[in-house]
Design a protein around this ligand. Structure first.
Ligand SMILES: [Zn+2]
Length: 376
C-alpha cells in the first residue's frame, strides 16, 4: 500500500465523515422542523416554542372521574410532560379539552386488534396451549405481561387478539379514530398491535396465505419465509391504518407503542408507518433490564434507521410500584439513570408510564421531573 494511496484514502475517509455528520445534522434539523410543524398545526405556537421534544405519559391507575382526569393532566404537566395518552378507561372529550386548556398534546390509545363480536380471533400454534397466558398466569413471577419473555420461559399474551388479516380491523380502528378526532384529540397511539404468541397466527386464512407466500419465496428456508410473512403482515396493517387515519383527519398524529413484541425481529418497529414509534427500552417488571440493555435499546430506538422518512423513535420506559406490581418497583435513582440514558442518546421524544405509580412516590416523581428536563 503506497503512502499516497493511504493519504488519499485518509482524505476520502475524512470527507465521508464530514458528509455523514452534515447529513445527520440535516436529518436532525429536518425531524425537529417536522415536529415543530406538527405541533404548530395542532396546538398552536405556544407549545411548539416551548418544546420540540414530545414527552408522553399515560395512566390507568388513576381515578377516571372528570375531576381525577383534570387533576392528572395538571400533575403530568408539573412533572414536565407535554403529552398525555388516554387508554380505553377514559373515553370522554373532557380529556382532550383539559389537555388543550393546559397546553398538552392529547393522544387517544386505540387497540386495532381488540376482540370484537364477529371478528376472527388469532389462533395459537400447536404446543402453545400449555404456555402461561393461554393457561392462567396465577402467581407466575416470571410472566412478563406483554414484555419480552424470559429465556427458557415461553409465554403468550393473555389478550385474545383479532387476526391482523381480518377485514374488519381497519374499519374498527377507523371508527375509533373518528371518535378521537371528533373529541378533539391531537393524536392516536396504536397498542396491542401484534400476535398473541409473539410470532404468528395459525387461523385458516393466515395458513393459506402463508403457504402461498412460501411457494412464491421457495428460495428462502421455510422458517425465514414464515418470519417474513408474519412481519410483513404487521407492516402492511400499519400502512393501512396510517392511510385511513390521515383520511379521517390529515392533522392527526399517529403514534404506536410496539407491543406485544415480535420475537423473530424485535426491531420491526423501524419498518412501520407512524409519526412516532415507541419501542420499549426498559420494561415494567422484574427482572429489571440491565442499564447496558436500556442503553442499547435506546440507541436503536433513537437512531433507527427508520424505513419511513419522518418517523421519530420514542424510547418507552415502563414503571410500576403499587398494588400487586409493588415487587417490581425500581428506585428513584434508577429511574433517573434511565432518563439520563434517553437524554444522552439524543432522543427527540420519550414515553414513560404509568403516571399513577410515578405520582405515588415523591422521590420517583422528582426523578422523572429532573430526567425529563434533561431531554431537550
Ligand atoms: Zn390469522
Amino acid at each position: 500500500m503506497s503512502m499516497s494511496w493511504t493519504a488519499s484514502r485518509l482524505h476520502a475517509d475524512a470527507v465521508i465523515m464530514i458528509l455523514t455528520r452534515m447529513s445527520e445534522a440535516l436529518l436532525q434539523m429536518k425531524r425537529a422542523l417536522i415536529l415543530r410543524l406538527i405541533l404548530v398545526s395542532l396546538v398552536g405556537g405556544a407549545l411548539a416554542e416551548a418544546a420540540d421534544v414530545l414527552k408522553v405519559t399515560a395512566s390507568w391507575n388513576l381515578p377516571s372521574s372528570e375531576k381525577g382526569i383534570r387533576q392528572a393532566v395538571g400533575k403530568a404537566k408539573e412533572l414536565g410532560f407535554n403529552a398525555y395518552a388516554f387508554t380505553g378507561f377514559h373515553r370522554s372529550a373532557i380529556l382532550a379539552d383539559e389537555c388543550r386548556k393546559q397546553g398538552l398534546f392529547s393522544i387517544r390509545v386505540i387497540e386495532p386488534l381488540r376482540k370484537q363480536p364477529d371478528a376472527r380471533l388469532q389462533v395459537i400454534e400447536k404446543g402453545e396451549e400449555t404456555w402461561p397466558g393461554f393457561v392462567p398466569v396465577g402467581s407466575d413471577s416470571l410472566y412478563q405481561h406483554g414484555g419480552e419473555p424470559l429465556p427458557q420461559h415461553p409465554e403468550i399474551s393473555t389478550h385474545e387478539l383479532v387476526c391482523p388479516r381480518d377485514a374488519g380491523v381497519v374499519e374498527y380502528a377507523v371508527s375509533e379514530v373518528r371518535k378521537a378526532s371528533s373529541n378533539g384529540f391531537d393524536g392516536v397511539c396504536w397498542d396491542f398491535l401484534g400476535y398473541r404468541n409473539y410470532r404468528s397466527c395459525a387461523c385458516a386464512d393466515c395458513l393459506a396465505a402463508l403457504a402461498e407466500y412460501q411457494a412464491k419465496h421457495s428460495d428462502l428456508p421455510a422458517d425465514q419465509a414464515k418470519a417474513a410473512f408474519y412481519e410483513d403482515g404487521l407492516v402492511d396493517l400499519y400502512a393501512k391504518l396510517y392511510a385511513a387515519t390521515k383520511e379521517v383527519n390529515p392533522k392527526m398524529t399517529v403514534l404506536s407503542h410496539v407491543l406485544p413484541p415480535y420475537l423473530p425481529n424485535l426491531f420491526y418497529g423501524r419498518r412501520v408507518k407512524v409519526d412516532y414509534c415507541a419501542m420499549t427500552v426498559c420494561w415494567f417488571l422484574q427482572p429489571h433490564w440491565p442499564l447496558d440493555k436500556v442503553t442499547e435499546r435506546t440507541r436503536i430506538t433513537v437512531q433507527g434507521p427508520y424505513a419511513n422518512a419522518g418517523t421519530i423513535g420514542m424510547p418507552m420506559i415502563g414503571y410500576y410500584n403499587s398494588g400487586e406490581m409493588a415487587p417490581h418497583r425500581r428506585s428513584a435513582e434508577r429511574v433517573l439513570q434511565e432518563l439520563q440514558i434517553v437524554a444522552e442518546q439524543g432522543a427527540r421524544s420519550v414515553m414513560i408510564c404509568e403516571l399513577g405509580d410515578i405520582l405515588a412516590d415523591p422521590a420517583v416523581s422528582e426523578a422523572v421531573r429532573k430526567g425529563l428536563a434533561a431531554i431537550r
